[in-house]
Ligand binder design. Structure first.
Ligand SMILES: Cc1cc2nc3c(=O)[nH]c(=O)nc-3n(C[C@H](O)[C@H](O)[C@H](O)COP(=O)(O)OP(=O)(O)OC[C@H]3O[C@@H](n4cnc5c(N)ncnc54)[C@H](O)[C@@H]3O)c2cc1C
Length: 468
C-alpha cells in the first residue's frame, strides 16, 4: 500500500504516467514476458525521463517501499515487477541518438535491440545486442549481452562506453572509464544492483549486410548434425557466430509442410564479414547432410536479428535452466537430443551457443564484473507452455534434463539466463570470485539494498544471500 497523499505528492512533480490498481492500463502495465509472473504492484511509475526516475527512487527510499525496475520486462525471472511496491517503468524512455562519425549510439533504458539496430542500419552500423530483437537493452547489457556479433565484437557490455545511473541516494551520475570507474566496472555484469540506468552509450560497428540464416535437419539425424556444427565451430573465424537449436516449427498454416509443426534441429546464425567470404566459411555447414532446407541469405543486420524472434513469442509460461559447458562432448549432445525427443511442450527450445575462442574471451576477465569467459560453449533450455496446468510436467522435465547435463556443466552460468530459483548458488555460478568485490561495491552504492528485485547481491556488511 502506498498512501494516496504520497502518490499525490509524486503526481505534482512527475511528467510520466502513474498507474495504480483499478486504472484501465494496470493489468497490461504489470504484465511481463513470462506469464507465470503475476505480481500486483501498488504503483507503476512510467517515467518520461531521468528526472522522473530520480523522483521515484527518492520516494521508494524515503517510504521504504519494495522497488523494482523494468526495462522491457523480458527477463524470465520476472524481477521487473513486484508485489505491493513501486515499479519504475522505463518503457516510454526510448530515445536513440546515433553519431555516425564517431560510430556511437546513445540509447534510453526502455529500448529493445530491434529498435536500436533499426536506428543504426541506415548508417551501415550495428550494435552488439541479442539473438532476438525484442529483448531489452537494459537488462541484457547490465548482465552481459550475447548476440550475433559476440564473437566479432564481444558482449553488449564490452561495447558500453558510458551510462547515466540514478543511484539509491537519488543522485544522477555518469559511469565510464573516466568517471566513477568502480561503478562502471560493477554495472558491466552486476545487473540492476547498483542503480537505475537511464541511458547507455555504446560503440557501434560497420555491419551492414550480413550472410545469415539457418539449415534444418530432422531430429532423427540431430546428433550428427550438431556434432558437425561443433567441429566446424572449433575452427570458425570471429566473424561467424552460429548456434544449434532443437525446436518445433509452429503448427501454423503460414509454415509450409514438411516444416509445419515438425521437430527440427537448426544450425545457423550470422557471418558478420564480407558475404563472399561467409559463403566459403559456411559452405561445409550448409552442405552437410544435405539439410532439409537451407535458409541462409544476405540480409541487413536488423533483419538477421529478427530471424529467430518467432521461436520465443510473448504470452507463454516460461522456465529456464542454463549453464556453461566444460566440454561439448558427443555424450552431452546425445543427452540433449534424447531429452528433446520427449519434450512435453512444442514451444520449448534447447539452445547451444558457441561464444568463445573469439573477441569475447580476449577481453581480460578482470575488466568487468561479467564472469566465466573461460567457457566457450553454453546451453540454455527455454521451456515454454501455454496451459498453466502443464507447469509441473514442464518444470520437472527441464530439471531432469539439467541434472542429466551436470557431468558436462561448468561451475559457471550466465546471469541473464537464470530462471530465478537458483538463489545464492546462481550468483556464485555467475560471478565466482568477483562476488566479494561486487558485494563491497553494493555496500558503497546501495547500502540498504534498495535495488533488490534482481539477481540480488547483498551489501558486503550483510550475510550473503538473495534478498528476494
Ligand atoms: C526470449 C528471450 C530471448 C533472450 N535472448 C537473449 C540473448 O540473445 N542474449 C542475451 O544475452 N540474453 C538474452 N535473453 C536474456 C535477457 O538478457 C534478459 O532477460 C534481460 O534481463 C532482459 O532485459 P530487460 O531489460 O527486458 O529485462 P527486465 O525484465 O525489464 O529486467 C531484468 C532485470 O534487470 C533490471 N533492470 C532492467 N532495466 C534496468 C535499468 N535500466 N537499470 C537497472 N536495472 C534494470 C530489472 O530490475 C531486473 O532485475 C533473452 C531472454 C528472453 C526471454
Amino acid at each position: 500500500m502506498i498512501a494516496s497523499s504520497t502518490i499525490d505528492q509524486l503526481k505534482s512533480r512527475f511528467r510520466g504516467d502513474l498507474i495504480a490498481p483499478g486504472d484501465p492500463q494496470y493489468d497490461a502495465a504489470r504484465a511481463v514476458f513470462n506469464v507465470t509472473i503475476d505480481r500486483r504492484p501498488a504503483l507503476i511509475a512510467r517515467c518520461a525521463g531521468p528526472a522522473d526516475v530520480v523522483q521515484a527512487v527518492n520516494l521508494a527510499r524515503q517510504e521504504s517501499l519494495v522497488l523494482s525496475v523494468r526495462g522491457t520486462g523480458h527477463n524470465v525471472a520476472g524481477f521487473a515487477v513486484c508485489d505491493d511496491g513501486l515499479v519504475i517503468d522505463l518503457s516510454q524512455m526510448k530515445a536513440i541518438t546515433v553519431d555516425p562519425q564517431e560510430r556511437t549510439v546513445r540509447v534510453q533504458g526502455g529500448c529493445n535491440w530491434g529498435e536500436v539496430n533499426d536506428a543504426l542500419q541506415p548508417h551501415g552500423l550495428a550494435a552488439t545486442g541479442g539473438f532476438v530483437s525484442v529483448t531489452g537493452v537494459s537488462g541484457l547489457t547490465l548482465g552481459g549481452g550475447l548476440g550475433w556479433l559476440v564473437r566479432k565484437h564481444g558482449l553488449a557490455l564490452d561495447n558500453l562506453l558510458s551510462a547515466e545511473v540514478v543511484l539509491a541516494d537519488g543522485r544522477l551520475v555518469t559511469a565510464s572509464a573516466r568517471e566513477n570507474d568502480d561503478l562502471f566496472w560493477a554495472i558491466r555484469g552486476g545487473g540492476g544492483n547498483f542503480g537505475v540506468v537511464t541511458s547507455f552509450e555504446f560503440r557501434a560497428h560497420p555491419v551492414g549486410t550480413v550472410l545469415a540464416g539457418i539449415v534444418l535437419h530432422p531430429t532423427a539425424t540431430a546428433a550428427g548434425a550438431i556434432r558437425r556444427w561443433r567441429d566446424l565451430e572449433a575452427m570458425a573465424p570471429d566473424e561467424s557466430t552460429q548456434g544449434a537449436l532443437l525446436f518445433h516449427f509452429p503448427d501454423d498454416p503460414s509454415v509450409p509442410p514438411p516444416m509445419r509443426g515438425a521437430a527440427m534441429v537448426g544450425l545457423g546464425g550470422v557471418y558478420a564479414g564480407a558475404v563472399e567470404e561467409g559463403e566459403k566459411v559456411l559452405r561445409p555447414l550448409r552442405e552437410y547432410g544435405p539439410p532439409l532446407a537451407d535458409m541462409f541469405q544476405p540480409m541487413p543486420y536488423n533483419a538477421a536479428q529478427r530471424m529467430a524472434d518467432f521461436l520465443w513469442p510473448s504470452g507463454l509460461h516460461s522456465y529456464w535452466k542454463s549453464s556453461y559447458l566444460t566440454v561439448l562432448s558427443d555424450a552431452a549432445i546425445d543427452v540433449l537430443v534424447d531429452f528433446f525427443s520427449r519434450v512435453p511442450s512444442p514451444r520449448t527450445v534447447i539452445v547451444l551457443e558457441h561464444n568463445g575462442d573469439s573477441a569475447w574471451d580476449r577481453v581480460p576477465d578482470s575488466a568487468t564484473a561479467f564472469g566465466n569467459r573461460a567457457w566457450p560453449y553454453n546451453f540454455v533450455v527455454t521451456s515454454a507452455w501455454s496451459d498453466p496446468k502443464e507447469a509441473e510436467r514442464n518444470i520437472a522435465w527441464t530439471r531432469e534434463l539439467f541434472d542429466a547435463m551436470r557431468p558436462f556443466a561448468a561451475q559457471g552460468a550466465y546471469i541473464n539466463y537464470l530462471g530465478g530459483d537458483e538463489g545464492v548458488e546462481g550468483l556464485k555460478a555467475a560471478y565466482g570470485a568477483k562476488l566479494a568485490r561486487l558485494a563491497a561495491l553494493k555496500a558503497k552504492f546501495d547500502p540498504t539494498n534498495l535495488f533488490r528485485m534482481n539477481q540480488n547481491i547483498t551489501p558486503a556488511s550483510v550475510a550473503q544471500g538473495t534478498g528476494n
